[in-house]
Design a protein around this ligand. Structure first.
Ligand code: BTN
Length: 241
């Protein structure tokens, strides 16, 4: 099934290994910018750091082929663009009193539990943006707490979540193209934990604790420690408390 949603053309699959893998396959066959792979379930969903992504029916799994004229060094900006779009989507679907929060680099949390994951992969002039959003189902085990739209009293069908997400993504991409990363960073910070919050970042086993000091002009995390400001480009952030 194919459908148009704004600048996006959606291909729908009942079951697939990974929507990112299928999007790569389509991109290699010349699929244009804005081609979207949407699956009801994944049998080999992938997360960051080669983790697997829990992907039963009931959640949103999609990947988008992006062909944007962006130098490799600026590619990671797109994951912040995606984070904004997902946070806005969750805010629309959740009850008004519940505010989603972005955790660097691009986790979306609700009451401290992870509700979405973003996997951005790129090669030369193509980027594949994979997004998972827990609508009905959350994995029970794991290293961190997880949640769903439904568990927070939100109301959504997977298809409505998809349409809202694609519309927000089109807007966020427009912001990025028009106003650049400075505007994206500002919007991102509007959804993140406050500057000054105590956080801990684990980078390949080693943990550093300090106060969140914002993002630099490339999206790197700034951590204020007793020794001064540290800049981190990768890692897992934990919020204290
Ligand atoms: C993370 O580790 O937080 C990122 C998870 C990304 C999951 C999504 S689901 C749709 C797309 N296809 C995949 O195989 N992974 C991404």
């Amino acid at each position: 099934m194919h459908g148009m949603t704004g600048p996006f053309t959606v291909r729908h699959y009942e079951s697939i290994g990974s929507t990112n893998d299928e999007a790569w396959r389509l991109a290699r066959d010349g699929a244009p910018h804005g081609s979207v792979v949407h699956a009801d379930e994944q049998t080999a969903g992938r997360g960051r750091f080669s983790r697997s992504w829990f992907s039963p029916p009931g959640n949103l799994y999609l990947s988008i082929v992006l062909r944007l004229d962006v130098p490799p060094a600026r590619m990671s900006e797109l994951s912040f663009v995606a984070g904004i779009a997902v946070a806005e989507t969750a805010a629309v679907l959740l009850p008004k009193r519940t505010r989603p929060q972005l955790k660097w680099p691009n986790d979306v949390l609700v009451e401290g539990a992870k509700i979405s994951g973003i996997l951005l992969e790129s090669d030369a002039d193509v980027a594949i943006l994979g997004i998972g959003l827990n609508v009905l189902e959350a994995p029970k085990s794991g290293a961190y707490r997880t949640t769903t739209i439904a568990a927070n009293g939100g109301l959504a069908s997977v298809d409505s979540a998809r349409d809202i997400l694609l519309a927000r993504l089109a807007e966020a991409l427009g912001l990025w193209q028009r106003d650049g990363f400075t505007a994206v960073r500002e919007a991102w910070l509007g959804w993140s934990y406050p500057i000054g919050e105590t956080i801990r970042i684990s980078v390949s086993g080693a943990a550093r604790e300090g106060k969140f000091a914002g993002l630099d002009e490339t999206g790197a995390l700034l951590l204020e420690t007793e020794a001064g400001i540290e800049r981190h480009v990768t890692g897992d952030v934990a919020l204290r408390g």
